[in-house]
Design a protein around this ligand. Structure first.
Ligand code: HEM
Length: 504
């Protein structure tokens, strides 16, 4: 077939398909899709901002075509409730495609599992065993140790003669605390010592990086059918990556099996102990371990970095938080997680940071298992559904002065952050809500509390507060576009900056 004929045929098929959908379903409005590409050519890199702009034209629910995949994006709390509560059951699966499916163990994990008996089983294991209040408490020494290690490392860098008075890249320290914390929780391994990553750690980082690249390259290939050959070309590369990742995880699992540590508290021990009782296959255990690393590594560092940027931009808030820390903890000891419940203003700061800067601003995509209606429109079976929690957190209809970083709003009104109030959804809500919400809140608060109790933070010399770049980088998770630079000044006596000791 000649090229012009091929293009005409594709356009005709597309128009017939559009006509069929248009007649059969009343879809939400949205930008007109091109044949093959859909709206891919129109979507700007930072999706949450882009859809928020489009909502001025199309309203709070819109159809967006990623190639031939229809995605419904909702942007207000009323519609979010319809997605995550009223129709939760039919919208609780995840979109997966052939090759990406292999990367996520064909949905035998948790994050990418379809809603059904397998999902219910592994979700229960995660909620009851990995993220129960008892497990969170058992893992507390690890979190506290890692946060102390971060303080020690910043102290060393800002008191050594070369670093004194100079700005630091805050993300470097937050990235370390998040990485070490998650590898210890999940694998019981700390790959970094004295700021140096060992061979195993470097190998693991390379695996995580490779997975990110593979994932990105496949997203487009999956949406645009004509680019399916990219997936085919990448088959070998992906198989090699998966074999490497599995071998790495299996070695760690073997080590834990050999040590026969039935009372081990790390995720790998817990899952190995449960494998017979709960009939967990090797793929499921490896999938779950991988999920925790993927979901837990970037998110914590992202929120903490945005919160620090807001605290530096708002010296009044920073001062008020430090006053509270001085009042509750004082100058003679270090904060612990037992202090969290007494640090009311710090709790509000964590909420305010998550309101304005949720690290997964469009959550994770949901998949419609059946035809449903949202906001009076049809959502056909097979559509993807995205909730723009970034836009909902900034909606002027529900938040007063939404763009202002003002933690006091949560003293005036106690808004739930764990899926019960649809104005504030950084962890999602309903069946697929983040199972690690409480653990994450504890860790984020602990990081911020230590950073503010031990140090005062200023922007680098010559940088005005309004010059700090508050724009997101593109991606499923949104780091700050420009890594935050800041100058720490110590506030406590030097003997309080030492990490006490390593506990597993
Ligand atoms: C501040 C930190 C975090 C935020 C804001 C966050 C947010 C989210 C969101 C929005 C979802 C998707 C909800 C949905 O699709 O409806 C999610 C899912 C998930 N998160 Fe988190 N997360 C955080 C940290 C973590 C950590 C530390 C872990 C693990 C150690 C984790 C594990 C998971 C898992 C396993 C899922 C999939 C749940 C499912 O599909 O049933 N998250 N998270």
């Amino acid at each position: 077939m000649s090229l012009p004929l091929l293009l005409v045929s594709i356009t005709l098929i597309f128009l017939v398909f559009k006509l069929y959908k248009g007649i059969r379903f009343k879809l939400p409005p949205g930008p007109y899709p091109w044949p093959i590409l859909g709206n891919l050519a129109h979507i700007k890199p930072v999706g949450c901002r882009n859809f928020n702009e489009w909502s001025q034209i199309y309203g709070p629910i819109m159809s967006v075509w990623y190639g031939s995949d229809l995605s419904i994006v909702v942007l207000n709390s009323k519609l979010a409730k319809q997605v995550l509560k009223d129709n939760d059951h039919q919208l609780a699966s995840r979109p997966r495609r052939s090759l990406t499916a292999k990367v996520v163990k064909d949905g035998k994990d948790l994050i990418w599992a379809d809603y059904g008996p397998h999902y219910v089983k592994v979700r229960k294991v995660c909620t009851m065993e990995l993220f129960s209040p008892k497990s969170i408490e058992a893992l507390r020494p690890i979190r506290e140790d890692e946060v102390r290690a971060m303080v020690e490392s910043i102290f060393k860098d800002c008191t050594n003669p070369e670093g004194y008075g100079k700005s630091l890249m805050v993300r470097k320290y937050l990235g370390s605390v998040a990485f070490n914390n998650i590898t210890r929780l999940v694998f019981g391994e700390r790959f970094e010592n004295e700021g140096v990553m060992d061979q195993h750690g470097l190998e693991f980082k390379a695996i995580v990086e490779q997975e990110r690249k593979v994932g990105q390259s496949l997203i487009i290939a999956h949406s645009i059918k004509l680019l399916g050959w990219i997936s085919w070309l990448k088959k070998g590369e992906i198989a090699k990556h998966l074999a490497h990742k599995d071998a790495f995880t299996r070695t760690i699992m073997e080590k834990h099996i050999q040590s026969c540590n039935k009372s081990g508290k790390h995720f790998v021990d817990t899952l190995l102990t449960l494998r017979e009782r709960d009939e967990l296959s090797e793929d499921t255990i490896m999938g779950l371990l991988g999920d925790m690393i993927t979901a837990g590594m970037d998110t914590i560092a992202i929120v903490a970095e945005w919160a620090m940027a807001e605290l530096i931009k708002n010296p009044r808030v920073q001062q008020k938080a430090q006053d509270e820390l001085d009042r509750v903890i004082g100058p003679n000891r270090v904060m612990t997680e037992s202090d969290l419940s007494s640090l009311t203003y710090l709790q509000c700061i964590a909420k305010e940071a998550l309101r304005l800067h949720p690290p997964t601003p469009l959550m994770l995509p949901h998949l419609a298992d059946a035809d449903v209606k949202i906001g009076g429109y049809d959502i056909p079976k097979g559509s993807h559904v995205q909730v723009n929690v970034w836009a909902i957190g900034r909606d002027p209809k529900v938040w007063k002065d939404p763009l202002e970083f003002r933690p006091e709003r949560f003293l005036e009104e106690d808004v739930d952050i764990k899926g019960h109030d649809f104005r504030l959804l950084p962890f999602g809500a309903g069946r697929r809500m983040c199972p690690a919400a409480q653990l994450s809140i504890n860790l984020v608060m602990s990081i911020l509390g230590h950073l503010l109790h031990h140090f005062h933070w200023d922007p680098p010399g010559g940088v005005q507060l309004e010059e700090i770049d508050m724009f997101e980088s593109p991606g499923l998770v949104t780091y700050m576009r420009t890594p935050l630079q800041a100058v720490p000044r110590i506030r406590l006596s030097p003997n309080l900056y030492k990490r006490e000791g390593v506990c597993d």
